[in-house]
Design a protein around this ligand. Sequence first.
Ligand SMILES: Nc1ncnc2c1ncn2[C@@H]1O[C@H](COP(=O)(O)OP(=O)(O)O)[C@@H](O)[C@H]1O
Ligand SMILES: [Mg+2]
Length: 170
Amino acid sequence: MDAARQGYYRAFGGAPGLDYLLSDFRVAMDARGLDGEIRRKGVAIELTTDGADHTIDADEDQLQQIVLNLVRNALAATPSAGRITVRIEAVPAAGEVWLVVRDTGPGIPPALADRLFEPFFTTRAAEGGTGLGLAVVRAIVREHGGAITASSSEGAEFTVRFPARSTGVG
Ligand SMILES: Nc1ncnc2c1ncn2[C@@H]1O[C@H](COP(=O)(O)OP(=O)(O)O)[C@@H](O)[C@H]1O
Ligand SMILES: [Mg+2]
């Protein structure tokens, strides 16, 4: 078992909510050949959680599609020996659960941060990009009552904010 995989199980094993929904993330990546691409590029993938309750109302397959699209983009942008980080974080003050995917690629020019989500917007046409990945991601996120934003510091950072599941209490 490689180090990234161990980290994955440590971070996600048996945890509730979003963690549980993402628990077959590795399997899903394997099935789509992403694991091989990650290995070939020597990119490290790290999954972390703050250990809080990440329960949201979400369709598991669609959630999987969100993560896979964001990781696929991160992988395309990240040079060899780079790093992709997937973080799950509870933000109780906002009643939200965040899924943050960041990479060590070139980042996103501020002028493009909103346009990226438009259908057919791609800077990767030559590599077979369709420009549909982020449009689909945004549609799914909105169906779940959430929002997605892109920003850039060292690399690109995509933040998906989901409403935490209401307990019906209080
Ligand atoms: N992690 C990232 N780093 C830098 N640019 C990105 C990243 N993810 C997406 N982009 C930009 O957003 C565009 C649209 O992404 P997407 O909708 O997934 O379409 P595609 O991947 O087919 O180009 C990409 O062409 C690229 O310019
Ligand atoms: Mg894409």
